[in-house]
Design a protein around this ligand. Structure first.
Ligand SMILES: [Fe+2]
Length: 219
């Protein structure tokens, strides 16, 4: 069985100038693609997982402590989630309704949430992911190291993520993760996606079945 690289939800140049087409061509076209290819190669040796969805592979690999399989599968899923967590500048309306209420309760304002996300991104040591999660009906920010994902942590519902692996920003921002985090949080976060994920189905929205529709080449 194999997984394919899912299509981006926008053109590769749609996030500019905050995230350049060149970054997308490397991040999506090379890094994300490599995780997909490595995952597919590893699954050739996993007869028990031939019909498993991506999320099922991640949870099985976590339970059996198959580190390489977990790392590559989790990275594929987290990247699927990330491409929906960001969107072209100006494309997402400001939070409203239940999401706005939760943001106000936990962070005071959207600016307060953005600042907290930036602080977490900047403070996170080494590679990983910053997540906005729903936990016991409250918004919380957590960061996870390397390929770790909220999928294997009980009691949290994923709403948005920010990739803080260096490959997410080295072309546009060199070593300056803080500048990258500021650009993402102030310019391209997809609040509509976060609001949608309050239904608890965010994990499914980044899931994929084996041999699902192939991505077209990066535009
Ligand atoms: Fe990445």
């Amino acid at each position: 069985m194999s997984f394919n690289l899912l299509p981006l939800p926008y053109a590769a140049n749609a996030l500019g100038p905050l995230i350049s087409q060149e970054t997308i061509e490397y991040h999506y076209g090379k890094h994300h693609r490599k995780y997909v290819e490595t995952l597919s190669a590893l699954l050739l040796h996993e007869p028990g997982l031939q019909d498993a969805s991506l999320v099922e592979v991640i949870r099985a690999a976590s339970a059996s402590k198959q580190r390489a399989l977990f790392n590559n599968a989790a990275q594929v899923w987290s990247h699927n989630f990330y491409w929906h967590s960001i969107c072209p500048p100006g494309a997402a309306p400001e939070p409203e309704g239940e999401l706005a209420r939760l943001i106000g309760s936990a962070f005071g304002s959207v600016a307060g949430l953005a600042s907290a996300l930036c602080n977490e991104a900047e403070a996170h040591f080494s590679n990983g992911w910053v997540w906005l999660l729903l936990e016991e009906e409250n918004l919380v920010i957590r960061s996870f190291h390397d390929a770790d994902t909220p999928l294997v942590h009980a009691g949290v519902i994923p709403l948005l993520n920010i990739d803080v692996w260096e490959h997410a920003y080295y072309i546009d921002y060199r070593n300056d993760r803080a500048d990258y985090a500021t650009a993402v949080t102030e310019g391209v976060l997809n609040w509509s996606f976060a609001a949608m994920n309050l239904d608890g189905k965010g994990a499914d929205r980044a899931d994929q079945r084996p041999e699902q529709q192939a991505a077209s080449d990066v535009k």
